[in-house]
Design a protein around this ligand. Sequence first.
Ligand code: GLN
Length: 446
Amino acid sequence: AQAERIEAAEPKVQAFITRTLDDAMAQAAKVDAKIAAGEAIGPLEGIPMALKDNMCTDGVRTTCASKILHNFVPPYDATVVTKLKEAGAILMGKCNMDEFAMGSSTENSRFFATRNPWDIERVPGGSSGGSAAAVAAGQAVFTLGSDTGGSIRQPAAFCGVVGMKPTYGAVSRFGLVAFASSLDQIGPFTRDVRDNARVMNAIAGYDLKDSTSAPVDYPDYEALLGQSVKGWRIGLPKEYFGEGIDPEVKAVIEKAVKVLEGLGAEIGECSLPHTEYALPVYYLIAPAEASSNLARYDGVRYGYRSEEAPDLITMFKKTRAEGFGEEVKRRIMLGTYALSSGYYDAYYLKAQKVRTLIKGDFDQAYEKFDVLLSPTSPTVAFKFGDRTDNPLQMYLSDICTLSVNLAGIPALNINAGFANGLPVGLQLMGKAFDEAKLLQLAYAYE
Ligand code: GLN
């Protein structure tokens, strides 16, 4: 039935780059046999899932929606994939995304655009747009995305689903194709909070294969749901309710805050004074790291190689010129510039210092509050083509989500209601490793 659902929705939504339905059917038959035989089953046994196409899947094409990896078939699974398979989940396919996760609308995919299931003339958000749309359209019970500056939360907001960006280090990045290694995190898209907690249980945890993985105790997120949130202190950072936020979005968020107040939460205003620097800091650090990470695509070992190259240097040049799209090239150039000698101190080093100040803002706010609350995106889903001519306008789509990655903290998007029939997302931000709290609060709200 799930396979039929995918096929029925796919012509309209176009969430998948690759579908693995035959394998999925074979898997499902095995699960049926297991259940019939009365064998023990995993917490996600038989549950249909899909993955953003930047997570390595053994034997299944992994493209990052890029021409340069159009034919890449990894010989191994990412740690999250291994864990989900162990939990019993079944892979239905790989989801569309902005090329190398650079973008906010999935329009930067080199293959095709994904449409928002709520209005197919609008974008699903990005960069994990395919993963968000697949859950919203009922094509998978859950999907995974990756979030470097908002790429789980913003598409979750646009598609009206639950999306978690975990604490940096809580979910292994082994097998996730790197964009900006100090910011990237994998997290789940689901229709409700309980499902999200259950997938978090399966994927969070220490992993020896990721040197930035955190060796801490991870709680049972699902078991902690259902507790009262009475007396919880929720802060509203005033910088996130200012001018750039669409008044209709603000109105929906303010209504949601009233609901939380009704549940006994104490609401107060707070300030994150360095918020205005998040965008410039992010667009120095992320491209700098990307320019280094993407140096490996040279056409030699794997991926696309230009046909017409008389010598090695020309081969490198042509492969990269043809293999990467416009936005990826823009980032490589920005990053290479920021890291070049003579500019390093003025740009990259300075950005790292301001990053520390941004993190300090959050540390201070959490002295007074348990959780911070804001809109996830300043607007609802926009129309195709609206922001493609103006990179800066596209970058502003993530103004509410970037700081969280710079600070390394967790944040959760849940649906707060609708404006003109389109979903409005609410963002809950927590202290490092406080995912359980975000899920508890969201569960109480839901
Ligand atoms: N939209 C942001 C960017 O283009 C964030 C992307 C992401 O989180 N992967 O870099």
